[in-house]
Design a binder for this molecule. Structure first.
Ligand code: TRP
Length: 337
């Protein structure tokens, strides 16, 4: 049987170039590269989205994020499956069972929970419990590889621990996902990618930063985005050098150039290192960004809600079959069936 690569991308609104280059595009490339030999599951964790707010935009955002995958060039074939978490009830059913396997201690140690709840009594229980839902998302499909950003590594570790504990108590049931170090290797990266703010490159690019020039949104006019690159903060050294700590601005541009063109960072560094014309590098990156946005926006405009509505039932039928079979096995093991 083929191994499974699985990932879910939370999309609550419009993405930045950083989200796109750091998460979405690498996933799409991974899927396109491996879908001959692996099963690839890509899903929208819509049940996760409501831990932050429940409002009227969820449905629209869900459709939009599937369009993003398609516009980023995801190639669909028999091994690639796209679905919504909420349409596969087994995710929530397994969550309950794993809730009774997970401990208060380990759950309370989740950094994201601590950050998001800020210790407030008013924090919702979903924020606390969502790593268990995430474990269910993964374990139902026997996924070995789960490409995610660094902020999710702790949840992958939790998933591994729950799988190991369950298997130990009830007999071999779940595939234990690979350790995060192996996941990173599989993604072909040295470490997680973090695209920087264009004005203050010490910080991560974020849609909530107020300054227009700090961030590039996927919906920006391509020429406007190119201008933002041209005005990006670099440094006052004499020549180009890659060092994210001492020269975050120029290093960020080198990284963006490598990611957009799907070329190894080392190669891009070798090309530019020692050169003194920062402007030339900026022009090159600006043109790469402009082209990326033009292509993406054209694809996006050509993808309709109907296209999305047509593919979802296929993915959801498949997902329910796989997930229900695993859930039935779990019910059996714990004495619910
Ligand atoms: N928690 C992830 C995030 O916030 C999204 C997610 C939910 C996910 N379930 C998952 C990622 C399962 C990978 C596998 O980004």
């Amino acid at each position: 049987m083929n191994k499974t690569i699985l990932t879910g991308l939370r999309v609550n609104s419009v993405l930045t170039l950083g989200n796109y280059l750091g998460a979405l595009l690498p996933m799409v490339r991974l899927a396109n590269k491996y879908s001959k030999d692996y099963t690839v599951n890509i899903f929208v964790p819509d049940l996760h989205s409501i831990i932050s707010s429940i409002d009227g935009t969820l449905k629209e955002n869900t459709i939009r994020s599937i369009k993003y995958f398609l516009s980023a060039g995801l190639e669909l074939n028999d091994n690639v499956h796209i679905y919504r978490q909420s349409r596969v009830p087994a995710h929530t059913e397994l969550t309950w069972i794993l809730n009774c396997v997970a401990t208060m201690g380990e759950m309370s140690r989740m950094i994201q929970y601590k950050e998001k709840s800020e210790g407030k009594e008013s924090a919702n229980v979903g924020i606390f419990d969502y790593p268990v839902l995430m474990a269910s998302d993964i374990l139902l499909y026997g996924a070995s590889y789960v490409p995610v950003g660094e902020d999710q590594f702790q949840h992958i570790e939790l998933t591994r621990n729950l799988a190991i504990r369950f298997n130990h108590r009830f007999g071999d049931t779940f595939v234990v996902p690979e350790e995060t170090k192996k996941q990173v290797e599989f993604m072909g990266l040295d470490n997680g990618i973090r695209i920087r703010d264009l004005v203050n490159p010490d910080k991560k690019m974020s849609k909530s930063t107020p300054g227009e020039n700090s961030k590039i949104m996927l919906s920006d006019l391509p020429e406007k985005a190119a201008k933002k690159i041209m005005s990006a903060t670099t440094d006052s050294f004499e020549d180009i050098e890659f060092d994210l700590t001492t020269r975050p601005g120029i290093s960020n541009l080198l990284q963006i150039e490598a990611l957009i063109n799907d070329r190894p960072l080392g190669e891009i560094i070798r090309e530019w290192q020692g050169k003194s014309r920062y402007g030339d590098l900026k022009k090159q990156v600006a043109s790469s960004v402009q082209k990326l946005l033009e292509d993406f926006q054209t694809n996006y405009a050509n993808t309709s809600d109907t296209d999305v509505e047509e593919i979802l039932p296929i993915g959801e039928k498949y997902a329910n079959e796989i997930a229900n079979a695993k859930l039935a096995e779990v019910y059996q093991k714990v004495g619910l069936a």
